[in-house]
Design a protein around this ligand. Structure first.
Ligand code: ZN
Length: 450
């Protein structure tokens, strides 16, 4: 690179929200990128980039971090069931029939949707991780794969052996962008011994653990009657609680559970859409935050959401707490935006690398359209309302450009790394095949079930 091009990429004239610890915001500034990292932020950066993007006053912010999702293939399918019936009658039969070819198509669909919605990093807990990781090689997204281990019912998920083999094969393949964790589905679908083995292996390989925990009241009752403990206390007694662990949901918690999560530096992935749709409950997020627990947002799967729209997730995360607590101040929008960016990155152990715009951090950046009527008016000065518009008015379709490690994955709504036209028929074919293989293609709709 010669000196006339000090940058690989410069994003110019953006309304830059850094999400750094001071919430620094530049009403009009440039972001320079070199070697995949942010190398300068400020007004009128001198020196050209090999590639220049004019942000045209739109919002420039860190890429969104999805702390809990499953790259499932089916959605809009067998709707309106409570969690345990939905798992047993729908999810587990699908999971048992799933083949690598289905997972490849699912990963294409999910990663395409995430790029289009401004998600730059995701934590996936599902099947055939090598298929999904191969798609991430192409898509350019940053990803953590935690293969979903399910011992009971047998055949519905990955095994400890397949999870370990994946960690060994992929751990160092794409350093800094593709990560391999352990993914025991839940304490009710895996044995205590398996959790203890995973705890040991995660320490040995220096990787994280992702699991579902305390999602429904049924789960709490089941654990109380079987063990006399809450699911959180049960995992605590097994030695699982640590800063390596990210738990999804954490809806039904006692005061002691919250204390245990805080004391052991466990992170929580909060999924308000899924919790509402499956009628699981309202996670006590303000109490967790007050206790010092890190919380990041997740979409959960497109079977239980039904989209991977982190803007919608932010909006619901704010509104759900306000409603549940009859308190409009219960969850302010700036806090919610942090739960989708810097706090989410910290949950995944990536707080030093991503989650905010700062010199030296990886260049995971999105540009969000502010030139649309539903985002107006944009106010200047102390009354600046860009965060408010992003959390309460924006949706995934407002993301114009998505960048990971300085590489442009989508520019002006055009995905550059995946071929959307070729992927669409692949997804429809694989979905029909999976519905047929799992015997669910003849399942009547809820209104016809009686
Ligand atoms: Zn989940």
């Amino acid at each position: 690179m010669d000196d006339s091009n000090p940058f690989d990429l410069v994003i110019r004239q953006g309304h830059v929200l850094t999400l750094d610890p001071k919430s620094t915001c530049y009403p009009l500034a440039d972001v320079g990128v070199r070697d995949g990292a942010i190398s300068a932020i400020g007004p009128d950066l001198s020196g050209r980039g090999r590639v220049e993007i004019n942000a045209n006053g739109n919002a420039v912010l860190p890429g969104l971090v999805n702390c809990h999702m499953h790259e499932t293939l089916l959605r809009g399918f067998c709707e309106d069931l409570p969690l345990m019936r939905w798992l047993e009658e729908i999810c587990f039969p699908i999971d048992k029939s799933l083949q690598p070819k289905h997972q490849r198509a699912a990963a294409y669909m999910n990663q395409l949707e995430m790029i289009r919605g401004g998600i730059t990093t995701f934590l996936d807990i599902y099947r055939y991780p090598a298929q999904a990781a191969a798609v991430a090689l192409e898509s350019g997204l940053r990803a953590i794969f935690s293969p979903q281990i399910i011992e009971n019912p047998p055949g519905a998920g990955e095994s400890l052996e397949s999870n370990l083999a994946f960690v060994q094969e992929w751990k160092d393949r794409v350093p800094g962008r593709i990560f391999t964790w352990f993914g025991p589905h839940a304490p009710y679908s895996n044995s205590a011994e398996t959790y203890q083995q995973i705890s040991r292996l995660a320490r040995e390989y220096q990787v994280g653990i992702h699991t579902h925990l305390a999602e429904t009241l049924d789960e709490i009752k089941m654990f109380q009657s079987k063990t006399g403990k809450t699911p959180v206390a049960y995992l605590a007694d097994l030695g699982l609680l640590s800063d390596r662990l990210v738990v999804a949901h954490a809806v039904h918690l006692s005061g002691e559970d919250i204390h245990l999560l805080a004391e052991h530096d466990v992170s929580v992935a909060h999924n308000p859409s899924s919790n509402m749709k499956l009628a699981s409950g309202v996670a006590p997020i303000p109490d967790l935050l007050a206790a010092g627990v890190r919380v990041g947002l997740g979409t959960d799967s497109n079977l239980s959401n039904n989209n991977l729209d982190m803007f919608e997730e932010m909006r619901l995360a704010a509104m759900l707490q306000k409603l549940a607590r009859r308190d409009a101040e219960a969850m302010p929008c700036d806090k919610v935006l942090r739960m989708a960016t810097c706090e989410a990155a910290a949950c995944l152990g990536l707080g030093e690398q991503i989650g905010s715009l700062a010199v030296g951090k990886r260049a995971d950046i999105i540009i969000v359209n502010l030139h649309a009527p539903h985002m107006w008016p944009i106010l200047a000065g102390p009354a600046s309302n860009v965060i408010e518009q992003l959390v309460y008015s924006a949706s995934a379709g407002d993301v114009l450009t998505t960048i990971v490690d300085g590489k442009i994955l989508m520019r002006d709504r055009q995905v550059l790394t995946l071929d959307e036209v070729a992927i669409e028929p692949l997804v429809h074919d694989a979905a029909h095949d999976l519905a047929r293989c799992s015997g669910l293609d003849r399942t009547p709709r809820q209104s016809e079930r009686g």
